[in-house]
Ligand binder design. Structure first.
Ligand SMILES: Cc1cc2nc3c(=O)[nH]c(=O)nc-3n(C[C@H](O)[C@H](O)[C@H](O)COP(=O)(O)OP(=O)(O)OC[C@H]3O[C@@H](n4cnc5c(N)ncnc54)[C@H](O)[C@@H]3O)c2cc1C
Length: 422
């Protein structure tokens, strides 16, 4: 097999992965004076970013910083350190960045921030144009197949191997969801070859499966359960509020995504409870149902204005009903038990949890076992719900890794392993 070697270029930073984290790292590194090449296995960059923009690109969230930071789970990284990172490129900075690119942003329900227009394609086009103007080169259809010390990268181009030896590398290879966009998670093996631990990639922001009876599906498949509250766990229960959808396989929707960390650490199967009327107290529900003596489900639906999907749950779920007492019915309206048997496959999820543990990284986000190799984006072990938090973390970590890679190539040779810097 043909092998093409490029000479070592200490001024070059190779960014591997052309998703939002990699493109942001490239932008920062090029603006910092480095020679930058973005490598990607796919024929074009930003494929998942385009998918994310299909129904409106939720760039970030306008929440004040403290509640904003609380949305993230960063196993092994202290909350104060995550805060320091985010403060260097926060939700305000991301909106300013979009404005500078020519896209104003607007806030919608729940603080979600969208660019104008809402799609990702115009923004991505403008962004790539800016990168080219900054001198960034793009080397596409190059699959990273090995990482060596130096650092040295080996790419497979479908015809030959190409070996490059840049001054520093930023890996921004994404998580493991939607592999057809290029984020296959194949990088896990490359890091494990160097003794780097990788926390297993798990479906996050994904639907959960529930064995619905056929009758329930025929009444309610595809219908929304609006404004419900989902609760998981016993004594230290967590709950989340919002809209769900009954799907053929189970449930989808923001509250179930938000409870992902709790669900993933619970033993299967899990029983969650739905409060079908969170805006009414248990006493109010009980009072409204108190005089019901027959046609319990129909009366509950009428007196509480339940949606067709909520009514179908009361009517068809096994192990609840048929009711003989309005007290039991009222209790079920406030805590309707739903059996969850497991998450949907990783390939279908919006994002993945797991990845490169923070303990494998220096504070510069450089791999301790691979000096000169930095990481950014979803391949790092953080998790967050939908609402703009995912892209924000990609931009934040991309910014940091890009800056630190520039600092690294500026260091006099031999100082890069100084423990004081780590
Ligand atoms: C349906 C959907 C909707 C979403 N909506 C939103 C939203 O509205 N808001 C939000 O905040 N987030 C959203 N997300 C999540 C967001 O898109 C991701 O978190 C984000 O794209 C991750 O960015 P990244 O740069 O880390 O990786 P990715 O975007 O996954 O990019 C990784 C890149 O690395 C390349 N690559 C991988 N392996 C190799 C290799 N071995 N060699 C060379 N190249 C390689 C891939 O081809 C890819 O281009 C959504 C995701 C999905 C699936």
């Amino acid at each position: 097999m043909r092998k093409k070697h490029s000479a070592h270029d200490a001024r070059e930073i190779a960014i591997v992965g052309g998703g939002p984290a990699g493109l942001r790292a490239a932008e920062v590194a090029a603006a910092g004076g480095a020679t930058v090449t973005v490598y990607d296995a796919m024929p074009s960059v930003g494929r998942k970013f385009l998918v994310a923009g299909k129904s409106g690109l939720n760039l970030t969230n306008a929440e004040p910083l403290s509640p904003f930071l609380d949305r993230y789970t960063t196993p092994g990284l202290a909350a104060a350190d995550w805060r320091l990172l985010v403060e260097r490129f926060d939700n305000r900075a991301l909106r300013d960045w979009a404005a500078d690119l020519g896209f104003s942003t607007r806030e919608s329900a729940g603080g979600k921030v969208f660019p104008e227009p809402m799609k990702a394609a115009p923004l991505l086009r403008a962004w790539v144009r800016r990168l080219r103007e900054l001198g960034v080169h793009f080397a596409l259809r190059r699959q990273l197949t090995a990482i060596g010390d130096g650092p040295e990268l080996t790419f497979w181009t479908a015809e030959s191997f190409e070996i490059v030896r840049p001054g520093a590398v930023v890996l921004a290879l994404g998580g493991g969801s939607w592999p057809r966009t290029g984020s296959t998670g194949s990088w896990q093996r490359l890091l494990k070859d160097h003794g780097i631990a990788v926390s297993p990639l798990q479906a996050a922001n994904s639907g959960w499966e529930s064995p619905w009876p056929e009758a329930l599906l025929s009444d309610s498949e595809g219908l929304p359960l609006k404004n419900v509250s989902v609760r998981v766990g016993g004594h230290s229960a967590s709950s989340a509020y919002g809209d769900l959808v009954i799907t053929r396989y189970g449930l989808e929707g923001a509250p179930i995504y938000r409870l992902g960390p709790e669900l993933r650490t619970s033993a299967l199967p899990i029983v969650v409870t739905l409060d079908l009327k969170p805006d009414l107290t248990a006493e109010t529900v009980a009072t409204r149902l108190a005089s019901v003596q027959r046609n319990y489900v129909r009366e509950a639906s009428r007196r509480l204005k339940l949606s067709p999907a909520a009514t179908a749950l009361l009517k068809h779920l096994p192990d609840i009903g048929p009711w003989t007492s309005p007290v039991d019915l009222a209790r079920t309206v406030k805590a309707c038990p739903i059996l969850l048997t497991g998450p949907r496959p990783l390939a279908e999820a919006i994002s993945s949890a797991g990845g490169v543990p923070w303990t494998e990284l220096t504070s510069s986000m450089m791999l301790k076992k691979l000096p000169g190799v930095f990481v950014a984006g979803e391949m790092i072990d953080w998790d967050a719900p939908t609402g703009g938090y995912l892209l924000q973390a990609c931009f934040t970590t991309g910014t940091h890794a890009g800056r630190e890679a520039v600092e690294y190539i500026r260091l006099p040779a031999g100082t890069e392993n100084d423990p004081a810097l780590q």
